[in-house]
Design a protein around this ligand. Structure first.
Ligand SMILES: C[S@@+](CC[C@H](N)C(=O)[O-])C[C@H]1O[C@@H](n2cnc3c(N)ncnc32)[C@H](O)[C@@H]1O
Length: 381
């Protein structure tokens, strides 16, 4: 039987590795600038093989380094391009050996996160001899289908970015002819992002009961508990309460989420009146009302509880009051931190009405009017 001869393991002398060159963002930026603007793969290779290991040794995050490089004066590549190149090379270091043209892989690397899906698209593109437009169309269509699917999954028009517009209010939520009714999709998205199972939700300006309709109708929200108030209740689910006189009639530290949709008269003054003269008065009136309301939110919310408010600026000829900014200051003063900002574009039908009415004037000065509300969300610490 052949016997294995024991080999004597020789203690190797440690080979002295050359110390990495001093990490200099300026040098890296200069070197990067020598790349062609469309040489994405080589650029990615340089970032992945040279820049990132050096940066990691210095204890820096990848994005931090890319941001520092892209902010160097004279650099040809913005952060987004560097990021895409890095991703492209990381996913496809072997791109030259693959069967499709390189642009396919660039698109796949920068549009599809999951490697399994990237492989599926690559296979389809090869099998069906797709052009790059075919691939882009397929990715776009699949994305659309996925988002529609999500909407059905949750039972309402889910939004993923922070500019929301809805052509028509969802007819299931709120009462059709109620003045000031909010498209229910706004409240549904707010509940989706800012509440969780079993949360206790309070709406002190309930209006036509839109929030209650959502919780009662959309199964995703059915485990939320709610309480609605309004100074002029329109159905039995809404309790009568004037928030300016009696605050929010809830126990202290008991509420998880408050949705505030105050009436327009709390902020918007009649532009035909002498608005400029009364500008200070309008601001003072606003501060008085909202200080009280926010104090009440702070009292009834649990620690970590959230509050969203629908608010818009008031334009007054030469000047305007930035109510979203004012309200943000008030919340901060009261110890809240801002956790969300959504722009709510007014419906196209509302804007069309305004256009038909012509350019607004205040005391002979052309005046812009607001086409966009904001939904600001704050969290109690
Ligand atoms: C903009 S609407 C709310 C609309 C509601 N989100 C909806 O979708 O139907 C404002 C509501 O605040 C109510 N309101 C006005 N002043 C109030 C006050 N001082 N206290 C409580 N509610 C008040 C109005 O009656 C009105 O229903």
């Amino acid at each position: 039987m052949a016997q294995k001869t024991k080999q004597k393991v020789q203690a190797k002398r440690p080979v002295a590795k050359p110390e990495p060159k001093e990490f200099s963002i300026v040098d890296l930026a200069r070197e990067l600038n020598s790349f062609n603007v469309d040489n994405y793969w080589d650029l990615g290779r340089f970032l992945v093989d040279k820049v990132m290991p050096t940066a990691r040794k210095q204890g820096m995050f990848e994005d931090q380094v890319l941001k520092m490089i892209s902010s160097q004066p004279g650099i040809k590549f913005p952060f987004s391009v560097l990021k895409q190149c890095q991703q492209y090379y990381s996913y496809y270091p072997d791109v030259k050996k693959r069967s499709l043209p390189e642009v396919f892989y660039f698109d796949l690397a920068t549009k599809i996160d999951e490697s399994k899906r990237r492989d599926q698209y690559e296979k389809m593109a090869v099998d069906f001899k797709w052009t790059i437009s075919d691939l882009r169309k397929k990715i776009h269509d699949d994305d659309l289908a996925r988002r529609l699917d999500e909407r059905t999954k949750y039972g309402f028009d889910l939004r993923e970015r922070n500019v929301w517009s809805f052509d028509a209010p969802d007819p299931r939520f709120g009462k059709v002819n109620f003045k000031g009714r909010l498209p229910g999709q706004i409240i549904a998205n707010a509940l989706f992002y800012y509440t969780k199972s079993n949360d206790y939700v309070v709406d002190p300006f309930a209006g036509s009961g839109t929030l209650a309709d959502i919780v009662d109708t959309v199964s995703h929200f059915q485990d939320r508990k709610y309480k609605l108030y309004d100074s002029n209740p329109v159905d039995e689910r809404i309790a009568r309460n004037n928030i300016l006189l009696t605050g929010i009639p809830e126990q202290s530290n008991a509420v998880d989420y408050i949705f505030l949709d105050p009436p327009t008269e709390f902020t918007q003054k009649d532009s035909s009146s002498d608005f400029e003269v009364s500008l200070d008065a309008a601001r003072a009136d606003f501060l008085l009302k909202f200080k009280g309301i926010i104090r009440e939110c702070s009292r009834v919310l649990k620690s970590g509880g959230k509050v969203s408010i629908i608010i818009e600026p008031a334009f007054a000829g030469k000047e305007f009051i930035d109510f979203p900014n004012e309200v943000t200051h008030l919340f901060r003063e009261m110890g809240f931190k801002g956790i969300g900002k959504v722009y709510l574009l007014k419906r196209s039908s509302e804007s069309a009405l305004k256009m038909a009415a012509g350019i607004a004037e205040v005391k002979g000065i052309r005046a812009l009017t607001s086409d966009c509300r904001e939904m600001l969300t704050f969290q109690k610490s």
